[in-house]
Write a protein that binds this ligand. Structure first.
Ligand code: ADP
Ligand code: MG
Length: 282
């Protein structure tokens, strides 16, 4: 069962030079917002000497407030490890991870409580945050409206499609009043059409609520469809090998020629990395 982080955010970024503006209020022109995420030389080794697994190697990454960053890398390269460190669920072996604001988490499996209704699952996240009972009913209704699930409020998870379950998980992540949404291959198990719909919805929520999103995927087109920037990780131990700003205007279509062209460029780089890794091991 996935733990619901309540105050999972590690150390806040508190450089007075970079103080964040009031949430929801656009910054004055020329005022730099503090970065939402700062990873500095983060390395992670699981286990000890004889059976050590070196998962991450000196990852340095900054994510701006309101930015949508996609982390892309081959399976096993340390993406989930990195996200867990950002969420404060795991600690780096070396280096520092700083996230400013509250984090909300979403995984490939929705990790809903099967005995609770849709309403109950979202309400629980509010309860854990100690939101008073008389405010919760309206908050749950608002969140279900946001993810287009109002008419399914009384259903239990087994009565929902995979896409709907992920919508509930999204509502639950938002119920944590997240400033920074950490998403670990959240649409990886969905069919292409449902995934396209959820891309549109996530993009809408991200822009309406001024969220910062760190989105992990191994799907190159998905990364280009969604990201302001795609950060490419090497094979294990993961470290940043390339970054690709995505300049195509939003909303984008995953099957547009521009997305396909940039995805092809990134795929070539990724293939080169996978080959290099295979040669190293030969
Ligand atoms: P990804 O999400 O990119 O597929 P992970 O972050 O899950 O990769 O894993 C990176 C590497 O670290 C893998 O080799 C995995 O087996 C190893 N690993 C992950 N978590 C643990 C753990 N708790 N203990 C030992 N090894 C782990
Ligand atoms: Mg993973």
């Amino acid at each position: 069962m996935t733990e619901l982080p309540i105050d999972a955010a590690p150390t806040a970024v508190d450089d007075p030079q970079l103080s964040n503006a009031t949430p929801g209020v656009p910054p004055a022109p020329g005022v730099a917002l503090a970065p939402a995420v700062v990873l500095t030389d983060v390395s992670k080794v699981y286990g000890d000497a004889s059976n050590a697994v070196h998962a991450l190697d000196e990852v340095t990454l900054t994510v701006g407030t309101g930015e949508f960053v996609c982390l892309l890398g081959a399976s096993g390269c340390g993406k989930s490890t990195l996200l867990n460190i950002l969420a404060g669920l795991d600690r780096p072996s070396r280096g520092t991870s700083e996230v400013s604001g509250r984090t909300g988490l979403m995984f490939q499996e929705s990790a809903l409580f099967p005995w609770l209704t849709v309403t109950g699952n979202v309400d629980l996240a509010l309860k854990l945050r100690k939101v008073p009972k008389d405010e919760r009913r309206a908050r749950v209704a608002e969140l279900l409206e946001l993810v287009n699930l109002t008419e399914f409020a009384k259903k239990r998870p087994h009565e929902l499609s995979g896409g709907m379950r992920q919508r509930v998980a999204l509502a639950r992540a938002l119920a944590q009043d997240a400033d920074v949404l950490l998403m670990d291959e959240p649409f990886g198990a969905l069919d292409a059409m449902t995934r396209d719909l959820l891309h549109d919805e996530l993009e809408r929520l991200w822009s309406e609520r001024s969220l910062t999103v760190v989105f992990v995927t191994h799907n190159v087109r998905e990364a280009v469809r969604l990201g302001d920037r795609v950060v490419l990780l090497s094979s294990r131990p993961g470290h940043v090998i390339a970054e690709f700003p995505v300049n195509e205007e939003r909303p984008r279509r995953i099957d547009s020629p521009a997305v396909a062209t940039q995805a092809a460029e990134i795929t070539d780089r990724l293939k080169e990395e996978v080959r290099r890794h295979a040669d190293d091991r030969a």
